[in-house]
Design a protein around this ligand. Structure first.
Ligand SMILES: Nc1ncnc2c1ncn2[C@@H]1O[C@H](COP(=O)(O)OP(=O)(O)OP(=O)(O)O)[C@@H](O)[C@H]1O
Ligand SMILES: [Mg+2]
Length: 334
C-alpha cells in the first residue's frame, strides 16, 4: 500500500489496484467524548462550521504531522476503509515525506503508520515519488526538475539516477495562497471569510499570471467587519492575483535559487527537458506561465498533479527491486 499523507489531501494506492482513496486530510472530533464524528470529505465540509462541542481538525501542517493523535486516528480510519474493515491485514506501507523534514518528523510519520496498523514502513522523499508518478525518467543519468506545490509545502528538486541531487523546501504553498486571500479581503473590503471560501475563490478566480479572464468577477459572501452583518462583495480576478503575489514570489524565488545551485550538466538537461509541476498548486491558472517566464525554461504541468506522489509510491511498490534505491533511510518493521 502506498500513501501520500498530505497537508490538504491523503491518497492511498494499492498494488495491482491503483488509487483506492482520495480524501481531504481532515477529522471532525467530538470535544467531550474525543470520538471522531467524520473523516475526510465529510469532515472538510464542517471546517469553520462546527458547533461548540465539535472541532474539525487538520492533523498536518506544512507537510508534517502537527497533531499526532489525530493523524494516527485518520490513518487508521483510511487504512481500515481500504481494507474493507478487515483489521487483521497488516499492510506493508510506502509513504511519502517532504524532503526537508527533521528526524523527529520522520519518526512521527513512521510511528503513526505503525500505530495505524502497518507491518513495515518505508519512507520515500516526496519529490522522488512525484517525479516517478509524473512519468519522469528518474532512473536515468539525466537532470530533471520537479516542483511539487501542495497545501503546506512547495518542494523544488533536481533529480538524477533515482536520487535527489539538490532540493529546497519552503513552507509556502496552497494554504498560504488561501491565507493571503483572507487577509486581502479583510484589509481592502472589510470582509471576513473562512479558509474554505478563500480556497474556492483561488480555484475559480485566482491566477498567477495575467490571463484573458482578468476582468472576470465573482460574488463573495462574508461578514462585513464594520456593520457586523453578512454582505456580498464583487471581486475581480486581477485583484486576487495581486493579493497572492507575495507567497507566489516566495515560490518563484525558491525555484530560481535551486536553478542557480544546479551543476551545469544537469542545468543543461533541465533546459532541454523543461520543468515539471506537480501537486494541487500546479493547477493554479497561469502558474506554469509565471515560472516559465521567470526562469526562461519551458514549464509543463504533470498529467494528474494531485495524484503524482501516490502514483509514485505505487510505481515503487510494483517495481520494488528496480526502484529499491529510492527509499529514504531505513525501513521499520514491527
Ligand atoms: N484548481 C486549483 N487551482 C489552484 N489550487 C488548487 C486547485 N486544486 C487544488 N488546489 C490546491 O492544491 C492544494 C492541495 O494540493 P495537494 O493535495 O497536492 O497537497 P498535499 O499533498 O495535501 O500537501 P503537502 O504536499 O504540502 O503536504 C490545496 O491548497 C488546494 O487549494
Ligand atoms: Mg503533497
Amino acid at each position: 500500500m502506498g500513501i501520500d499523507l498530505g497537508t490538504a489531501n491523503t491518497l492511498v494506492y494499492i498494488s495491482g489496484k491503483g488509487i483506492v482513496l482520495q480524501e481531504p486530510s481532515v477529522v471532525a472530533i467530538d470535544r467531550e467524548t474525543k470520538t471522531p464524528l467524520a473523516v475526510g470529505e465529510d469532515a472538510k465540509k464542517m471546517l469553520g462550521r462546527t458547533p461548540g462541542n465539535v472541532v474539525a481538525l487538520r492533523p498536518l501542517r506544512d507537510g508534517v504531522i502537527a497533531d499526532f493523535d489525530t493523524a494516527e486516528l485518520m490513518l487508521k480510519h483510511f487504512i481500515r476503509r481500504v481494507n474493507e474493515g478487515n483489521s487483521l491485514v497488516r499492510p506493508r506501507i510506502v509513504i511519502g515525506i517532504p524532503s526537508g523534514v527533521t528526524g523527529v518528523e520522520r519518526r512521527a510519520v513512521m510511528d503513526a503508520a505503525i500505530q495505524a496498523g502497518a507491518s513495515d514502513v518505508r519512507l520515500i522523499d516526496e519529490p522522488v515519488a512525484a517525479a516517478l508518478g509524473a512519468g519522469l525518467p528518474v532512473s536515468e543519468p539525466t537532470g530533471n526538475m520537479i516542483i511539487d506545490i501542495g497545501g503546506g509545502t512547495t518542494e523544488v528538486a533536481v533529480l538524477s539516477l533515482q536520487g535527489i541531487v539538490l532540493s529546497e523546501s519552503v513552507r509556502v504553498a496552497g494554504d498560504e495562497l488561501n491565507e493571503a486571500i483572507v487577509q486581502y479581503l479583510k484589509k481592502i473590503h472589510n470582509l471576513a471569510i473562512g479558509e474554505r471560501t478563500a480556497e474556492d475563490i483561488k480555484i475559480q478566480l485566482g491566477s498567477a499570471y495575467p490571463t484573458e479572464e482578468d476582468d472576470d468577477t465573482m460574488d463573495v459572501r462574508g461578514m462585513h467587519l464594520l456593520s457586523g452583518l453578512p454582505r456580498t462583495v464583487s471581486i475581480k480576478s486581477a485583484e486576487i492575483r495581486e493579493s497572492m503575489s507575495e507567497p507566489l514570489s516566495v515560490i518563484v524565488e525558491a525555484v530560481k535559487r535551486t536553478l542557480e545551485r544546479t551543476p551545469p550538466e544537469l542545468a543543461a538537461d533541465i533546459v532541454d527537458r523543461g520543468i515539471v509541476l506537480a501537486g494541487g498548486g500546479a493547477l493554479l491558472k497561469g502558474l506554469d506561465t509565471l515560472i516559465g517566464h521567470e526562469t526562461g525554461i519551458v514549464t509543463h504541468i504533470a498529467a494528474d498533479p494531485l495524484s503524482c506522489v501516490v502514483l509514485g509510491t505505487g510505481r515503487v511498490l510494483e517495481n520494488f527491486k528496480q526502484l529499491e534505491r529510492v527509499f529514504s533511510g531505513r525501513s521499520r518493521a514491527v
